[in-house]
Every structure is written in C-alpha cells, then in structure tokens.
Ligand binder design. Structure first.
Ligand code: BG6
Length: 517
C-alpha cells in the first residue's frame, strides 16, 4: 500500500472540530441523534455527558450529531447546557475549555416530558419528522428499571422505532440491572423483544468497555505461549477480585439494599470477566462468535460443591467504625437489612478445559483498597529437586516459592504481571519469586479511554461485540439464581470497614493462599 493511500482521510471522517481525523482512530460516519432518557440523573451527569464530550473533542462524532436530554424536570436548552457544563467541569477526564464547551453545547438540547407518559414521545417524534434532529437515533435508557417498559412502549407507540436493519436506524442502550432473577430477566427480554429486534438492543455492562478487559482476549489469543497452559493440567485455580472502598455514597442506599453484591457485581461484571478469561478461542472477533463462546462457559458454570470445612459461599455486610457508618445505618437502608455487601464464591466450569479447577470470585464494598484483578495461579512445579528446608551446600528449599501467577490488573495500575521463580544472586541455590511486568503507564503515556467512551462509540457505530445478548443475560441469571437462594436464607457475616471482608471468607478461599491480603 502506498503512503498516500494509507493516510487518505474520507470526508465522512472529518468533523466540525477542526476537520481532523479522530484521535481515537475511529469515528462515526453518519449523523445521529443521541437521546438520553433520564438526562438529569447521576449516570448521565457523571459518565454519559463526559464520555460524549471526550468523543466530541477527539473528533469521533460527525459535524451534525445531536444530543437530546429527555427528562421531566423544568429545564430548557440553556439551563440544561449550564448544568451539563457543571458536570463536565467536575467529571470530564478531557480538558474543559470555553470554546469546546460552547461548541459542544450547540449540539445539546433539552426535551421536557414525563418518561412514563406516551404523549411525551409523540412530541419527540415530531422533532424527528420536521427534520430538527438527525434521523438515525440512539435512545439511551438511563432510567430506573420500573420505567423501562413504559419508555420502550412510548417509543414504539409514537413510531420512534424504525424497522430493524433499515435506514434511518434505531438503537436502544439498556442499563443494568437486567431483572432481579431469571424469571424477571426473561420477562424483561420478552418485553424488549416485543418492541425491538435483538440487533437494536445494546445491554451495557461497562466492565466490557474497560481497555484492560478487552486486552484479556488479545493477550490470550494473540500470543502462542499462554494458551497451551490455560487449562486444568497447568492451572491450579483462578481468582477474580473486584474490591471497592466506597460504601453507599451518592444516595445509593435504597437501590443497593434491594440489590446486593450478587446482583450488582457478580452476575454481570464478574461473570463477564470469568467468561473472557476461560472461554475457548472464538472463530472470529465479531459479536456473534465471542458471545457464542461466552455462552458455552455460562452453560457449564456452577457453584462448587460445599463440604463442612470448605464452604462454597460466604456473604458479608460491612459494619461501622468511628469514621464510617455501618451498612445498616446508611441512609435509606433498613436497620435490619440482610443484604450482602460482600460475596466470596467458589465456582467451577464443567467442561473439558476447566473441570476441577476452582474459580474464586470475591467482591465487596468498604474493603481495604480499590482493586480489580484476575489472577490465574498455576500449579507448583514438582519439588523433589529441592526438598530440603535448610540450604545444604548450594541446594535450598523451594517449598516457600510462590506458584507462577499471571495477573490481569484491570484497575488501577493497569497491567499484566507474571510471577516467576528465579535464582537470587548468591553463592547458594536460593530461589525467589520475581515479577515480569507490563504496565500500561510504563508503555504508553496517554490515559486509557473511559469504558463509556468506548461503549457509546461502539453503540453509535452499530458494533455490539462489547454488549450482552439476551441469552447471555438469561444464562447469567440461571447460574446466580441458586446462589441468591442461598444468600436469602443466610445471615451475612459482619466485617470491619477497611478490611478484606469477613474472616469466614477464608474458608471459601482456602486453597488459594489468597485469603485476607
Ligand atoms: C457498577 C455498580 O455497575 O459498578 C457499582 O453498580 C460499582 O456498585 C461499580 O461501584 C464499579 O465500577 P468500577 O468501574 O468503578 O469498577
């Protein structure tokens, strides 16, 4: 390929923002209206608007894109812009400057209406009909689950949903929770599929938009050396942790008390990480192939069998101390709440590759530090060469050496680390564990894109690879339903805020040596 061919920029790739190629390397190529239903809510202000602003500044949106904030409260275009400006100043990762803000605001408008009132949608339709808004439409349903049905029905009845695979196109992004259990997830899917085609539904799990999560597949399948050892012959166990230091900030008490860690984190984010790290190589990188492989994992996934000394589950709830409230004292949380704010699970995948390999999942609020990582721990090598505890001559004990562990650090300090054993420089044969590190910050100096930037751009471009399909969601609930039944019957163990969860979790995590660290 000649150089001129490589760098030729198609007209559609230029935008108002200086006409430059997007610095994100991809951009949408057609005019779109992005409607945020629930535009005054926390998610819109903290994540959606900042992500759209970054996409705009980076040149990924076309010149004639439009963002419509749809909500009930009394705002107009001006006051809505003002509010969004404030959000950007607080939450944008991209520098906020006056000219860009002004230009961004010129794409924003506010549409006032009751999301549960079908008449409100007719007014919105009129704006598409009279050409005020670009005809391709993406509806982001940033609303509580109880409003989803009336919102989708309203869109349908007003004629806002165009036929699938046609132009202008319609897409809807649906936020979790996708139901509360298998039965309600199925009902939600049925309802969505009554009004929309599966190809028009984008169920968002923001973990899939994280750069480090996408790298799991590249790392596994773009290298030859790891895949042959990713199986029950070589892997001792897999540990997936999503620990958070936050509690019920931003008034989440009422929502979380109804939800708990299993529904909030495990059934979606942790199961998705588990699928990516254990799935078979897909036959392509498009949505269908990857989702099909994830489905196979979910069908084979189940809770491990508990024994008296080795339970398969532990649920916890954070207590308080002099500086933070206990969960039961949080605003809008029942003082008798039994909701789990911590969960540790021992799972298994019943297939040829992973049979018998424990997969430990652990997540919780108010833990010692914010960290999300996947550790694939390999079996220890045969130790017969190094049996002696003390060094004799130049031979020392290997038993203290840690097994090889491959760590995918999702956040923070994003990177991939491999722990290996090496000889410490000495006159004796002393072996110790050392790290081979790849860290994003050491390799690339630019900040990683936010998950929402990637996912919104994908939805705008019609790429559903990083979104979950209806059967995937149902398969996830099928696995968690049994675990929820156990959680409902158990009393969560109280743990100290700032700890690694209840001591009882150690028994679940027994064989890993991972415990409270
Ligand atoms: C959300 C959960 O989906 O993920 C929150 O509802 C949780 O409770 C959040 O805090 C964690 O996301 P991240 O990207 O900070 O790990």
């Amino acid at each position: 390929m000649r150089l001129e061919e490589e760098v030729r920029i198609p007209d559609t790739a230029r935008n108002l923002n200086g006409g430059a190629m997007s610095t994100l390397e991809v951009q949408i190529e057609e005019p779109v209206t992005f409607v945020i239903s629930g535009a005054l809510g926390d998610l819109a202000r903290r994540k959606l608007i900042p992500a759209l602003y970054t996409l705009f500044k980076e040149g990924a949106l076309t010149a004639d894109f439009a963002i419509v904030g749809f909500a009930r409260r009394d705002y107009d275009n001006r006051s809505f812009c003002k509010l969004m400006e404030e959000s950007l100043r607080e939450h944008s990762r991209t520098a906020v400057d006056e000219p860009s803000l002004k230009a961004f605001c010129s794409h924003l408008s506010y549409y006032r209406g009751d999301l549960s009132d079908p008449a409100a949608y007719a007014g919105l339709k009129a704006k598409f009909d009279d050409g005020t808004l670009p005809a391709n439409r993406l509806f982001y349903l940033s609303i509580t689950p109880d409003l989803v049905e009336s919102a989708v029905t309203g869109l349908r009845q007003a004629g806002l949903i165009t036929p699938p695979h046609s132009k202008p196109w319609t897409r809807t992004v649906v936020e979790k929770p996708f139901g509360r259990n298998l039965q309600s997830a199925k009902a939600l899917n049925r309802m969505l599929l009554d009004h929309l085609d599966e190809s028009q539904i984008y169920r968002i799990d923001h973990y899939l938009g994280k750069e480090t999560v996408q790298n799991i597949l590249s790392f596994r399948f773009a290298n030859t050396i790891f895949e042959p050892v990713f199986n029950r012959t070589y892997v001792d166990n897999i540990q997936i942790t999503a620990a958070e230091t936050v509690g019920m900030e931003s008034g989440r008490g009422a929502f979380y008390d109804q939800t708990g860690a299993l529904r909030d984190m495990v059934v979606n984010h942790l199961f998705q990480l588990l699928c990516l790290v254990t799935m078979e190589p897909p036959d392509g990188l498009e949505a269908r192939s990857i989702r099909n492989e994830k489905m196979k994992v979910l069908r084979a996934l189940h809770l491990a069998t508990a024994t008296t000394h080795h339970p398969a589950v532990c649920f916890g709830q954070y207590g308080g101390d002099s500086s933070v409230k206990a969960f039961r004292q949080e605003e809008r949380v029942s003082p008798q709440s039994k909701t789990e704010t911590f969960a540790a699970l021992r799972m298994e995948i019943n297939n040829w590759r992973w049979a018998g390999v424990p997969i430990y999942l652990r997540t919780g609020k108010r833990l010692a530090k914010k960290t999300t990582e996947i550790a694939v721990q390999f079996k220890t090598p045969p130790l017969s060469l190094f049996q002696h505890v003390a060094c004799k001559g130049d031979v020392c004990d290997l038993a203290g050496v840690k097994p090889n562990t491959l760590i995918f650090r999702i956040q923070p300090d994003e990177g991939i680390f491999l722990q290996v054993s090496a000889k410490r420089p000495s006159m004796q044969m002393v072996v110790e564990s050392v790290n081979m590190d790849f860290s994003y910050s050491g390799k690339w100096d630019k900040a990683l894109p936010e998950a929402y930037e990637r996912l919104l751009l994908d939805a705008l471009r019609g790429d559903s690879t990083l979104f979950t399909r209806s059967d995937e969601v149902e398969a996830e609930w099928e696995v968690i339903d049994d675990i929820l039944a156990i959680a409902t019957k158990s009393e969560p163990a109280v743990y100290a805020p700032g700890s690694w969860g209840p001591a009882e979790a150690d028994a679940v995590l027994l064989s890993t040596g991972w415990k409270n660290e």
